[in-house]
Design a protein around this ligand. Sequence first.
Ligand code: SF4
Length: 342
Amino acid sequence: MSARESIIPVFVPHLGCPNDCVFCNQRRISGSQQPATAEDVKKAIEKAAALLPPGAKRQLAFYGGSFTAIPVPEQLSLLAAAKEEMDRGRIQSIRLSTRPDAIDGTALRRLRDYGVETIELGAQSMDEEVLLLSGRGHTAKDVETASRLIKDWGFRLILQMMTGLPGDTPEKSVETARRIAALKPDGVRIDPTVIVRDTALFDLWQAGRYKEHTVEDAVETCALLLPVFEHAGIPVIRLGLNPTDELSGGAAAGGAYHPALGELVKSRIMYGRARSLLAGTKPGSRIVLEVGKGKRSQMTGQRRRNIEALCGEFGLREMKIKESDTNTQEIKIFSVENPEDI
Ligand code: SF4
């Protein structure tokens, strides 16, 4: 998908899922109660046509279920409706999400025949214990086998991973990120665990058998993951669940639900980089840090959190941030005034 392509989501909540994974309630997450029909596909595209600017590229996305595990006649009905719209030029591509154990040559041939371009595969973790405790019902090997097959068939592959699942640790998440990066997907989605009402995870949490993965926990862990994907040249297309009225209205009962989680994580990474850079700075100094274009607020942190933490830790008299005119990820010390010069 190009950066200027708009996604038209069509939800098929839990269709094809052999069971409910402990953290998942797609009716709550997507806000859609009923799975879409072929008629809904056409309506969603018509609605988007009225809202999007003429000429905008559109990708139809079947989300919220295990598409390739849906009974074949239903798959064909949805795919045929989407393909018809693609042939009429009202959408340019089709995307869908599914499970690793629901991928084989027959399923992929079907998707190719109907013009599907991108497959999002829910890996969630590459740790067997985490997969088991989360009720996923597949193994890490299934993720590897399915990913290779999807790429061999020429589809774009997006892998989804989660942090903070039952039995998970930051170390396991980093290992999951490394194994996912080794599969060379075209992009990655990271979803720190949110405790959604009407899920087994909500009950475990209420019973004191699951420790909440807080926003702070997610920021700490994800700050370790983004560099793994960055070094591998794999874009992270989304970090954190998309905020919805349903989730914000109370369906997200706990866990890492924050509308700007990605920004918090980038800000934490910049804090760590600045901290290394400032080692050895004399207390009482005045510092100006230079960051890339548009990165000032990430470096400053929400409510100046990074600046205050760095000033406190290094005993600085003042810290200012200056933006350079290049798109660099680097942070530099632009100027230092030592206490004896002030
Ligand atoms: S996480 Fe995926 S496979 Fe599991 S219940 Fe939700 S939609 Fe189905």
